[in-house]
Design a protein around this ligand. Sequence first.
Ligand SMILES: Nc1ncnc2c1ncn2[C@@H]1O[C@H](COP(=O)(O)OP(=O)(O)OP(=O)(O)O)[C@@H](O)[C@H]1O
Ligand SMILES: C[C@@](O)(CCO)CC(=O)[O-]
Ligand SMILES: [Mg+2]
Length: 321
Amino acid sequence: MESVASAPGKTILFGEHAVVYNQPAIAAAVDKRAIVTIKDNPKGVTTFRSDDLGFEAELDTRKKTYKLIKGKPGIIRYVLEILNKWHDEHTPIDVKLSLNIPIGSGLGSSAAVTVATLAALYNYTGFPFNKRVLANEAHKIEQSVQGMASPLDTAVSTFGGLVYLSREKEISKFNTDIKSNFVIGYTNKKGNTGQIVKSVKFLKNKHPRILDSIIKTIGKATDEAKDALMTDNNSKLGELMNINQGLLDSLGINTYELSRMIYTARGNGAIGAKITGAGGGGSILALVPKNAEKVFNALKVEDNALIAKITQKGALAKVRE
Ligand SMILES: Nc1ncnc2c1ncn2[C@@H]1O[C@H](COP(=O)(O)OP(=O)(O)OP(=O)(O)O)[C@@H](O)[C@H]1O
Ligand SMILES: C[C@@](O)(CCO)CC(=O)[O-]
Ligand SMILES: [Mg+2]
């Protein structure tokens, strides 16, 4: 039997980092996906392989250890955590990952891999689930691997579309008719989300009163941004993105490369540009009312870029007998 599932990456429009401290956030699923295929392994070993990442390993799911055959470890921790918790170690399987989301660039590759792997495994084992169960469980897996994680990345990857996460951690989808394009710029210098989230916590412990108010202000900008999106108010949305960027910078997660991309985007017609995701490397998001190609091409001179389309397609799974 073969089970295939896929899930999209995401871009955070507003509220990254603040969301870890119960502030709201807005994120959108983008049309880049993780696709996971699970099938029986007749040779009696469980394997994880990704040709896109040049990765291959044999797994001992019970002991949560693996033997690396080729590639860089990292993302395998999410797969191991899932198999260790949800898979019967006596049924050897092959897990294959195909990924067209840039990894470690703030585009939610870890959440997409987690959601797609869980959905593929649930279908493979016949476990009954719905999207709420999938999003909750994927969040728990990210938390146990990373130490700290908000439910945002896994929720967007599961449900798709444009998502608002409230202070009470309720997820709701909403629509916008905003005509601008979103352009993402990303560096080759990758950040590690878990480590960056911890660095913000460290700074917050050192300067609690200052950081608490910055985090609350990010929450206010997020609420206003939701109104701007729902009323298709381009210029307000751009201004709020720039304000959010200033606040993110003060959390210590900005880098030279991210700043360079932000000013390149603004200098070529973006009306708003900010870090998206954890920062410390990774990516920026720019709001471009017209001529998105100009910003895209300017970013590509020194970094990587893509024009992001918001996708309504969240996690998809099917099982072939
Ligand atoms: N070439 C690679 N092969 C396998 N794993 C990798 C590779 N490059 C990075 N990783 C791992 O992939 C994971 C990426 O997760 P991380 O949450 O840091 O980034 P992301 O999900 O892409 O972005 P974000 O969470 O900020 O949206 C990390 O565990 C990292 O160690
Ligand atoms: C930095 C952060 O807010 C977003 C990472 O994409 C962490 C999280 O929400 O898990
Ligand atoms: Mg991640």
